[in-house]
Design a protein around this ligand. Structure first.
Ligand code: 9MR
Length: 489
């Protein structure tokens, strides 16, 4: 049964038809709600449950530099990663590449220069191309203990804070995060890849941590994403929840997801596990209830487009003593926990984006949480133009990139002004039969199937000559062969 789109005067509520039969796997329920539900795995854990229950896969260890990088930035030992990518493709699962630039498990790359990191970034992205939907380009860049500072060990020691003001955003600064993303973006654009580029970290989940203290680590991540937005497509909250005061579940998880989503990036919960005796938390008691609330926080933000659990069963988890996952058992023989049933039930209820200002039908607003530092344009521009297509002499052009899974997709549309600035735009495209748009961001929308039209919202109509802006939409069904037509006003 199809989703219902209930349009009120000021809100749009997207819910699953209550009369519809509930889906019986996580992946089917997630696809119907318009997001992916994934798992971290290694080749030894590819039992049939992986493809049955999940539609996204993250190699738990097999794409880390320690496994695949040579000291000169080349590739080695890619067999296990290939096995996982092939499995994902056979089972219609998206792949998250994990990870390119990380202080841990760096192997032969440990201590490498930015130039060598860039070589590795290019080799790794190009090896799997668009078969990788999302790459964690930079992992865990921020310090522990809620300081809000960057890490200082390699590779962050490659960065230079020229004026000592505590950030790496000024002219004269160098920043391994910025430079790694610039390189990754160049590679994606040069190859015409649909791969999206993410930054990933832990203890960044809520606006606050224990005791209502501001989450400075989350704020620092927010500043990075806002400053380097032109290179960053997605943000991963690892979401390892436990009793550490900085790792608890807080009531402002959804608000934090929302403020990142308001920047126009996709948000994912990338490594979810929840300590089963998590008593120190704001939002619930039992593990199943905690899972329910975390999944709900994502479902209530249109641009929260995926959740990945960090393993299948408790016994096989990196934190087995916390029993933080959705299954018991092991070795391919798994039993569903109460937490599994809670997640499935919550996914089956679908999204409720009535409080999401970026969802259709609600007034589009600027981010409700003010940035903690003024936006700064990165001082080193990319060495390739942001759009690989040649803009027309006047007017505008549009290109679309897709991330698809069985039963659903997310499309990102880039609108580029021609030789003259434009003050407004509209993009029309025709969806194949069976496909339907469920929500959109950074654009007004008319229509949901067949020919659909998108137009600028208040803050992105003006596009300078040769510059670009992006909007996105999410849908059900398969969206192939989209040809966007852009009209400037
Ligand atoms: O789950 C991974 C475990 O098997 C490895 O031994 C460990 C080594 O650091 O990495 C674990 O995965 C980590 C992920 O790559 C980054 N975020 C934290 C994860 C759990 O430690």
């Amino acid at each position: 049964m199809a989703m219902l789109l209930l349009v009120g005067s000021a809100v749009t509520v997207q819910a699953i038809d209550p009369a519809a039969a509930a889906e019986t796997t996580l992946r089917a329920a997630a696809a119907k709600a318009g997001l992916f539900f994934g798992v971290a795995a290694s080749p030894g854990r590819l039992s049939s449950i992986v493809g049955q229950e999940f539609n996204q896969l993250t190699p738990e260890n097999d794409m880390k530099p320690a496994t695949i990088a040579t000291s000169s930035g080349g590739l080695q030992n890619t067999g296990s990663a290939d096995t996982l990518v092939n499995y994902a493709q056979t089972n219609n699962m998206l792949v998250r590449g994990h990870t390119l630039v990380w202080h841990s498990q760096a192997g032969a790359l440990q201590g490498a220069s930015q130039g060598t990191l860039n070589t590795f970034i290019g080799n790794a992205i190009n090896r799997w191309g668009s078969r990788i939907a999302y790459w964690d380009v930079v992992n865990e860049a921020l310090d522990d203990n809620n300081t809000g500072r960057r890490r200082t060990q390699w590779p962050h020691s490659l960065s230079r804070d020229a004026n000592g003001d505590g950030d790496y955003f000024d002219a004269g600064d160098t920043d391994v995060i910025r430079d790694s993303f610039i390189r990754a973006k160049q590679v994606v654009q040069a190859g015409g890849l649909s791969t999206k580029l993410c930054i990933n970290d832990y203890d960044v989940d809520g606006l606050t941590v224990s005791g209502g203290t501001p989450n400075r680590k989350a704020n620092a991540l927010y500043d990075i994403v806002r400053t380097y937005r032109q290179y960053i497509d997605c943000v991963g909250f690892q979401a390892h929840f436990n009793d550490n005061p900085n790792s608890i579940i807080t009531n402002d998880l959804q608000a934090n997801i929302q403020r990142f989503a308001d920047l126009g990036v996709e948000v994912h919960l990338t490594e979810l596990d929840i300590d089963d005796d998590l008593s120190n938390n704001d939002i619930g008691a039992g593990q199943a209830e905690n899972y329910r609330k975390v999944v709900r926080a994502c479902l209530n933000v249109a641009r929260c487009t995926g959740i990945t659990v960090w393993g299948i069963a408790d016994s096989e988890s990196w934190r087995s003593s916390e029993r933080g996952l959705l299954f018991t058992g092991g070795g391919g023989n798994y039993q569903k926990k109460a937490a599994y049933h809670a997640v499935l039930d919550e996914l089956n209820k679908g999204r409720d984006v009535s409080t999401d200002p970026t969802s259709p039908g609600t007034p589009t607003a600027t981010p409700s949480v003010p940035p903690t530092t003024p936006p700064v344009t990165p001082s080193v521009p990319p060495t390739t133009p942001p759009n690989p297509t040649t803009p027309p002499a006047t007017g505008c052009s549009a290109t679309v990139s897709l991330n698809s899974w069985t039963g659903g997709f997310v499309a990102t549309v880039r609108v580029t002004a021609g030789a003259a600035p434009i003050n407004g735009w509209s993009v029309q495209l025709t969806l194949p039969s069976g496909a339907a748009v469920t929500n959109a961001w950074n654009a007004n929308r008319s229509g949901s199937s067949g020919t659909v039209r998108f137009s600028n919202v208040s803050y992105n109509g003006r596009v300078n000559a040769g510059q670009s802006t992006e909007f996105g939409f999410q849908g059900t069904g398969a969206a192939t062969g989209l040809t966007p037509v852009c009209t400037a006003s």
